[in-house]
Design a protein. Structure first.
Length: 281
């Protein structure tokens, strides 16, 4: 499988569009060293796939955040990304994880999708988590927000050596309603035959040819996906200024240094007494 790519495609004679995303390196970097329980790793993989698909679907320039939050053992899980497919993500736990469904992990909660375009107004959509799986929750989101029939298929695999996530997306085009529904029903039935090992292990051309060889899918140029945290020493310094010099120097006196850790990539930024004084001078 060619790693970490988002593919968009249409069909010659069918009023449906599709997307296929396959992610490995980005997923591995995102969950590395966090020691998440297996169901949380799977949830973050699916949320990563969902966010990539949404950025392509919404056709915007800017940033996106897709967050799940509730009263379950996973307090929240979020993926931050942008239209360039730069992604980062994190989960916060507040209890023991004993199940694997959305209800088991998030409990009673919501999916919050926040879009911050480079130009234009910020948009936020909130959808209750009424289903047991993330794909069904997202299909509900599309029904409410766009009133377009949409289907998603997710697959994840995490082992000691690797982490892979993939997703398939179909959506009717808002043209001839009767024909588009018929076209969608046809492609949906075919797509239901996809196996997780095919989504995770085969390259995009092979997957689409196996599924839709009679329907002639036309692929656009793929878009690369990458992990990018965005933290830096300068951003950390900007945050420290808000704390105040006296409190920071007291921390240095007590602990020998001030250490700030990035929640996303776990990188540590260390500041000694000289560093603190230099910040405020």
């Amino acid at each position: 499988m060619q790693q970490d790519l988002l593919h968009r495609y249409i069909f010659d004679q069918l009023d449906v569009r599709g997307e296929l995303v396959q992610i490995e390196n980005t997923y591995q970097e995102m969950i590395a060293n966090h020691n998440y329980p297996a169901p949380v790793q799977t949830l973050l993989g699916e949320l990563l796939v969902a966010t990539c698909l949404l950025t392509a679907t919404l056709k915007f320039e800017g940033e996106i955040a897709v967050q799940l939050q509730g009263d379950g053992p996973v307090k929240y899980a979020v993926i931050n990304g942008d239209d360039k497919q730069n992604m980062r993500g994190i989960a916060r736990l507040q209890g023991e994880v004993t199940g694997s469904s959305i209800k088991d992990l998030i409990g009673n909660g919501y999916m919050v999708i926040t879009i911050t375009p480079t130009k234009g107004e910020r948009y936020q959509g909130i959808v209750p988590l009424e289903h047991d799986s993330l794909d069904k929750c997202l299909e509900n989101y599309f029904e409410q927000s766009e009133q377009l029939k949409t289907r998603l298929w997710f697959a994840t695999e995490v082992t000691a050596d690797t982490a892979k996530a993939a997703g398939l997306f179909l959506q009717v085009l808002p043209v001839n309603k009767d024909k588009s529904v018929e076209d969608f029903t046809h492609l949906e039935a075919i797509s239901n035959t996809i196996k997780d090992e095919e989504l995770l292990g085969l390259d995009a051309n092979t997957v689409l040819t196996r599924l839709y060889h009679e329907d002639n899918p036309q692929l656009f140029e793929p878009q690369s996906i990458s992990f990018r945290c965005g933290c830096s020493r300068d951003k950390t310094i900007a945050a420290l200024v808000n704390v105040g010099q006296d409190e920071l120097l007291a921390d240095v006196q007590a602990n020998g240094e001030v250490k700030i850790s990035c929640h996303y990539c776990l990188k540590d930024y260390i500041f000694n007494e000289q560093d603190i004084k230099a910040i405020f001078n």
